[in-house]
Design a protein around this ligand. Structure first.
Ligand code: NCC
Length: 276
């Protein structure tokens, strides 16, 4: 197998995936039209040093898990896209420190990103699928979704809420590592929000617990814990290389198989605690 040991894989992730947010000094964002919108403080300054962190997937298997109190006991919690806490507190908790959203959600009118108060809590980070290893200027001219206008509108409405744009180079640095550690050829589509969120928290925290990314005994075809919709592709992947992401996360899990089976819980070290 082409697979590296878990230790070597963690080192590769630490050293090759450069998690940064777009800053006002990054061309083509270094213009007066952008300066007033991009947050002045870096994400690191905004969150401070984080200890124990939780990443909560949106999987249907969170339903009836009663993991809420355990999830809320973390110093910081990351959630995805439109995943709600209201009405689901017992299973997913209510703390939301970071919400990672894709550019489709920010752009498409029906998603109500600009009006739904769900988005008004915590730090927001948006990411957009960029062409493979494209330079930032090339991506800027042709984002997958034209989310820049809604980003600016949201920033004007909520100037106090930190809202970052993920530098798109990260997704392909991560994809390269996924491909190198898989025996099969992977479609060149970017990793899911789930995988990106896991690596973001490994950068910010001492320790990361991921819930229901690797499915527990509650595994189901129900796509999300907050909707009735069924689709196996939600768990296995279609556009995103989700299966390869899950294999990689399983490989570097430092928790027990029982934790996966009972809680859907994976334990990963923060990059600060990875020694190469
Ligand atoms: O469904 P989504 O993902 O918002 O889920 C967030 C992350 O949770 C993990 N997940 C989800 C469901 C499931 N059964 N198993 C899981 O492991 C995945 O890691 C997933 O990334 C996305 O990644 O951004 C995605 O977004 C949705 C959708 O755009 C948003 O929910 C906004 O409505 C995509 N669905 C569609 O476009 C129809 C999904 O493919 C990827």
């Amino acid at each position: 197998s082409a697979k590296l040991s878990p230790e070597k894989l963690l080192c590769q992730l630490r050293d090759r995936v450069n998690m940064t947010m777009i800053q006002g000094s990054d061309g083509p964002f270094n213009t007066s039209a952008w300066q007033q919108y991009l947050p002045r403080k870096s994400l690191n300054e905004t969150v401070g040093r984080l200890g124990r962190c939780a990443v909560v997937s949106s999987a249907g298997s969170l339903k009836s898990s009663r993991l809420g109190p355990e999830i809320d006991s973390h110093d910081a919690v990351l959630r995805f896209n439109g995943a709600p806490t209201k009405g689901f507190r017992e299973d997913v908790g209510e703390k939301t420190t970071v919400r990672l959203v894709n550019s489709q959600l920010v752009t498409v009118e029906e998603q109500q990103f600009l009006t739904d108060e769900l988005y008004n809590t915590g730090i927001l980070i948006v990411w957009d699928p960029a062409p493979y290893h494209a330079a930032i200027h090339e991506w800027y001219r042709k984002p997958d979704y034209k989310f820049f206008e809604n980003y600016k509108l949201y920033r004007s409405k909520h100037p106090e809420q930190p809202f970052y744009i993920l530098n798109p180079k990260m997704q392909w640095q991560l994809w390269d590592i996924l491909q190198e550690n898989s025996l099969e050829h992977i479609q060149p589509n970017p990793p899911s929000s789930g995988m990106l969120g896991i690596v973001i928290m490994m950068t910010l925290c001492d320790e990361v617990h991921v819930y229901e990314f690797l499915p527990s005994k509650r595994q189901t075809d129900v796509c999300h814990y907050y909707q009735k919709f069924h689709d196996r592709a939600c768990t296995m992947g279609a556009y995103h290389p989700l299966l390869f992401e899950k294999n990689l996360v399983k490989h570097i899990n430092q928790g027990t198989d029982e934790d996966i089976y009972i809680r859907g819980k994976v334990t990963l070290p923060g990059f600060r605690n990875v020694h190469c």
